[in-house]
Design a protein around this ligand. Structure first.
Ligand code: GDP
Ligand code: MG
Length: 177
């Protein structure tokens, strides 16, 4: 999970967005520290976590930004998006509303972020299959139409979290190389 003395070839800023309680902070916690908490308190203050990994023999520091709970009011500021080269657009597969809000988040993202930003749509909480409210096909279709990557994840079970980050980071890496 990274070495403090390591030489860094690239720093990629990636932002997490989506409705409150979809699991953004737990996805980040799983990726950055391999930890998960069932009673995660609302995030306080804008913050990011980093993890350094190797892509094609280069060391890449992923700097992942998490919202400060302002997503409730959709008042995520332009400073949040500044310099971002990747974005993870997260909904909760058990909450239809969180998926129905995705077009608005995408619109906000496209109006604030760089036009070449790499975006992945993430349906989180795939472990709650018996409570599913968003068919995988609906999300897949939307992602294809909008030109987004798409994966379903479970921060709880650590399913596809690594895969989701690697998809975004590798695509960014390929664009800059
Ligand atoms: P955020 O507001 O988008 O940052 O959401 P949080 O990361 O704080 O998560 C909201 C709630 O959903 C917390 O109770 C988490 O424990 C729970 N949660 C997050 N990810 C998962 C998951 O993959 N599966 C399940 N079952 N619960 C999750
Ligand atoms: Mg949070």
């Amino acid at each position: 999970y990274g070495d403090a003395n390591q030489k860094i070839d690239y720093v990629f800023k990636v932002v997490l967005i989506g409705d409150s309680a979809v699991g953004k902070s737990q996805i980040l916690s799983r990726f950055a520290r391999n930890e998960f908490s069932l009673d995660s308190k609302a995030t306080i203050g804008v913050e990011f976590q980093t993890r350094t990994l190797v892509i094609q023999h280069k060391s890449v520091k992923a700097q992942i930004w998490d919202t400060a709970g302002q997503e409730r009011y959709r008042a995520v500021t332009s400073a949040y998006y500044r310099g971002a080269v990747g974005a993870m657009l997260v909904y909760d597969i058990t909450r239809r509303q969180s998926f129905d809000h995705i077009p608005r988040w995408l619109e906000e993202l496209r109006s604030h972020a760089d036009k070449n930003i790499v975006i992945i749509l993430i349906g989180n909480k795939s472990d709650l299959e018996n409570q599913r409210a968003v068919p995988t096909e609906d999300a897949k279709e939307f992602a294809e139409k909008e030109g987004l990557f798409f994966l379903e994840t479970s921060a709880l079970e650590a399913t596809n979290v690594e895969n989701a980050f690697m998809t975004v980071l590798t695509e960014i890496f390929n664009i800059v190389n």
